[in-house]
Design a binder for this molecule. Sequence first.
Ligand code: UDP
Length: 562
Amino acid sequence: VQAAFRSDLARLLELIGTGKESLSFMKKRIRHLAQQWLLAARRLEQKLKGQQRDQKHILIHIGFLTEESGDVFSPRVLKGGPLGEMVQWADILAALFLLGHSLRVTVSLKELQSHLGVPPGRGNCPLTNPLPFDLIYTDYHGLQQMKQHMGLSFKKYRCRVRVIDTFGTEPAYNHEEYATLRGYRTNWGYWNLQPTQFMTMFPHTPDNSFMGFVSEELNKTEKQFIKSNKVSSMAVVYGKEASIWKVGGKEKFLTILNKYMEIHGTVYYETQRPPEVPAFVKNHGLLPQHEFQQLLRKAKLFIGFGFPYEGPAPLEAIANGCVFLQARFNPPHSSLNHEFFRGKPTSREVSSQHPYAEDFIGKPHVWTVDYNNSEEFEAAIKTIMRTQVDPYLPYEYTCEGMLERIHAYIQHQVGEHPCSPGQPSLPLSPLALSPNATHLVWSPSASRDPHAWPPVDSLQVWVSETRHACTETCRRHGLVCEPTFFRFLNKKEVFLQLSITCDSTEYEMNHLYPAVAENVHECYLQKEPLLFSCAGYNTKYRRLCPCRDYRKGQVALCRDCL
Ligand code: UDP
């Protein structure tokens, strides 16, 4: 069956069900963004010009909202608890629905079992009937539940699973044996899925698929209106929980900020003003999402104190014409040195409260400064108050951008694809030296599989510096690392083509391979395709990196990827 774009969200709201504050939050959000979503769906429909799209049967099992996993989030929706995950799930539901797929939504183990066809009272047995879904979107909690209740069928069907995983799972943590041997074992990782089956909130590492969420987009008139109504001395503090006001050393920078601006907060409180929030702060309490947006429309500055990490709010602030000011983390925070990230299946080094805002947006919208340096901080405030900025939203966070990306994933990463990307048929390297001899490209004489996705024409192979991951190496060339291309360069001749001398070449399991230890002329190839990883570096190796181009504002897709 062809998937037909939908033109109404009412049916989705029914599908989501009732009975939890988290579900109400998601429905409210979908209702509020409905016009934007519908318009975006119409635009994408025109852009795709009737391209063939199959309708998929999709199960959406939101594991963290089930009673069986404790559902700690729902009771905190109205109390300043984290909302980022719910924002993202609401948007995923809207996007999958508008693209015309057939959806089932579950937030309890019982419903999950009944949709999977697990006979009542019989856990952990293989399913008796074929799985009625082409795709299952879930999270780590849901994954655990599915494993427990599908028996051997879990293994059989695991390629159909997509795991919504805010902070991401790097390949080294995903490979069970390797993680165990090398100390990458955590509470979450080691599922031996294809790393692209994990879908993140921000484009952390291209080893995972970037799912994202949306923020409200303004039209020309709204932008003009907002610009002329900005209060240049109004600042809103990022964070809904009183605890964020406890950060050490904040008195110093708050005093400076208070000299220039009126400080507003949206900190949850029950009856009294939270004692952590200083008296000079105008606290509005936790606001409904659309009222929070209204506050951002007036404010000039949105300021982060270092926590929460990497949420949606800074993008919303920037989209509403605020400047986002945040602290640089030096040294960066990571699972090695910070409680919040400890046990998360990633070694990613977080260089500020919101690295996406820092790296993908930057000035004039985003200022990342050292808060311990009072002069730098004060100078930033003064400049920000004087600077006019336009509301800005990267395309990948618009409704159309998210629809476009999910459409591409569903068409190209569907079913067994992520599990069997197909072995390269060519025994020799399909690569050739670029005209200026700096890197390798797809050889004009090598055959190309017309169905391969992303198309191989976009490939460029670069050698990293030591201490540089492939993510960084590609970034420096204006490209992005593409893990599905590793298989083309995991070959002995590729070292030769790059004029790298190898006294020896070994196949080993290491997430940094293929790589060369240059000073000793030892070359290494990857023995385990699951360990191909854009993330990761050390002092010894220069890595071979598969990079590709990307669409402006849509880093997940290469230029010819649609
Ligand atoms: N938000 C809200 N009311 C407020 C402050 C924020 O509804 O008073 C919303 C905001 O619109 C955003 C969501 O909370 O979409 C999550 O924001 P945040 O970046 O704080 O991420 P979290 O830490 O909650 O995951």
